[in-house]
Write a protein of this length. Structure first.
Length: 387
C-alpha cells in the first residue's frame, strides 16, 4: 500500500536528529550515567500557580469542548502580553491559540504557500522547519546566516533568492540553534524587503522572553498586515509538555487559521487554557527568573568549554543553546555526536540538522543543573583530548 506525497515531504532528509536524543533520554530514565544536552527542555518545574490552576480547573470538570481559536479571555491576555512586549497594537481578534509554537508554524505554512510556491528560511533554522514548510507542498529555499558574520543573516543574499514564486520568509529571533537576536537595522531591512516584494514574514519569537529585557526588535509592529508572530509558554515557563502556543497576526489570517484548526484540533483543553492565563499573569517574573537561570548556565558552559583543542564555543545572545565549532577536531558533526555519546555518555545535536551553515558544529543545551553542565564539559574535554 502507498502513502501520499506528504509522507516523503515531511520525512527527515538525512539522519533523524532525535534518534540519539531519545536513546539518551531512555538510558537516563533507566538510571544510567547519561547527560542529555540535546533538547531545549528546561530542567525546571512549571510554576506552581500554573499547575494549581490546571488542577483546580480539572477538578471543576473543565474537560469539555472549547472555542477553536481559544477562549476569549485567553486570546485577550495573549494580545495584551504581545502588545506590551512588541509595541504592536492588537486585540484578541488578532490571536489564535494552538498546540504549541510548532503547531503555529505548521498552520502558517499551510495557509501561506502550496505546490509550486517557495518559502525562504534563514539557515541555520530549527530542525522542524524543512518538514513544516515542505508539508504545504512549497519548496524550501535556504538564505545564509554564515558563521563568518556571527550567524547574522546576509540580507542582500536573501533578497537575491526571491522569485515570483516566493510567498514568505520564515525566521526565528532569538534563533535556534545560534541564539542570535536580530538587531533593529536587520528588522527594518527585512520589513522593507517584505514590503517591496509583497511577502509574508513568519517570525518565530518563542525565545523572545529570554532576550535582554524580555523582548526583541519587533517585525509585527513594523509590518502588522504581513507579519505572523509565533510564540508559546514552553521555554519561558518550563511548559514544553503543555503545548500552549499561538499566532498573532491580521484578523483575516486568524479567521483562516481558525478553519484549519477546526479540522485539525477542534479546540484545546480548557484547563490548559485557564492555566495559560495564569502563566501570562506571572510572565514578567517567570521570564526574568528563566533569563537569569539561562545566563548563569550559559556563562558556566562557555567557561567550561574554553580552551578545548579542536572546539570553539560561540556565546549566544539569548536562549538555551550554545553552538560549538568542532571542525578542528577532524570529525564531522555526526562522528563527533556519536563518538561523544559512545565514549562519554553525553548527548548533543549535530549542527548539520539545522542547515548547511552549521555543518561542522554541534548544539549543546545549557538549561540544566549546574553540576551536570560542569560534568558535561569535563567529559567533552576528555573526549576531545583523546582524539
Amino acid at each position: 500500500m502507498k502513502f501520499s506525497a506528504l509522507a516523503s515531504r515531511v520525512a527527515p532528509s538525512g539522519i533523524d536528529p532525535w534518534v540519539l536524543h531519545w536513546q539518551a533520554r531512555h538510558a537516563h530514565a533507566a538510571g544510567e550515567d547519561v547527560l542529555v544536552l540535546s533538547a531545549g527542555d528546561p530542567d525546571l518545574d512549571t510554576p506552581v500557580p500554573v499547575v494549581d490552576k490546571a488542577v483546580e480547573r480539572l477538578r471543576e470538570r473543565d474537560t469539555h469542548y472549547t472555542e477553536t481559536a481559544g477562549r476569549p479571555l485567553l486570546r485577550a491576555a495573549i494580545a495584551r502580553s504581545h502588545a506590551a512586549r512588541t509595541g504592536q497594537a492588537v486585540t484578541g481578534e488578532n490571536v489564535i491559540f494552538l498546540g504549541g509554537a510548532q503547531n503555529g508554524l505548521f498552520v502558517a505554512s499551510l495557509l501561506l504557500a502550496g505546490p509550486g510556491d517557495e518559502i525562504i528560511a534563514i539557515d541555520p533554522m530549527y530542525v522542524t522547519y524543512p518538514a513544516t514548510i515542505q508539508a504545504s507542498g512549497a519548496t524550501l529555499v535556504h538564505a545564509p546566516a554564515p558563521a563568518a558574520s556571527n550567524f547574522h543573516p546576509d540580507l542582500a543574499a536573501l533578497e537575491a533568492l526571491i522569485t515570483p514564486r516566493t510567498r514568505a520568509i520564515f525566521l526565528a529571533s532569538p534563533n535556534n540553534p545560534t541564539g542570535i537576536v536580530l538587531v533593529d537595522d536587520e528588522v527594518r531591512r527585512l520589513g522593507d524587503i517584505a514590503r517591496r516584494h509583497g511577502l509574508w514574514i513568519v517570525s518565530d519569537e518563542v525565545y523572545a522572553g529570554l532576550a535582554e529585557g524580555g523582548r526583541v526588535p519587533s517585525l509585527g509592529a513594523r509590518l502588522p498586515e504581513q507579519v505572523l508572530t509565533v510564540s508559546s509558554l514552553s521555554k519561558t515557563h518550563a511548559m514544553t509538555g503543555w503545548r500552549a502556543g499561538w499566532i498573532v497576526g491580521p484578523t483575516a489570517f486568524v479567521q483562516a487559521a481558525n478553519d484549519v484548526a477546526a479540522c485539525m484540533l477542534y479546540g484545546l483543553p480548557g484547563f490548559v487554557q485557564e492555566a495559560a492565563i495564569t502563566a501570562l499573569e506571572i510572565a514578567p517574573e517567570s521570564e526574568r527568573s528563566m533569563r537569569e537561570y539561562c545566563q548563569r548556565r550559559c556563562n558556566l558552559m562557555h567557561a567550561g568549554l574554553a580552551g578545548i583543542e579542536g572546539l570553539r564555543p560561540y556565546l549566544p545572545d539569548a536562549g538555551m543553546f550554545m553552538l560549538a565549532d568542532i571542525r578542528g577536531s577532524g570529525l564531522s558533526g555526526a562522528q563527533f555526536v556519536r563518538g561523544l555519546y559512545d565514549a562519554e555518555r553525553v548527548s548533543v545535536l549535530d549542527g548539520a540538522v539545522f542547515g548547511h551553515t552549521t555543518e561542522g558544529f554541534v548544539r549543546l543545551c545549557f538549561a540544566m543543573e549546574k553540576r551536570d553542565i560542569t560534568e558535561a564539559c569535563v567529559r567533552i574535554r576528555r573526549f576531545c583530548a583523546g582524539r
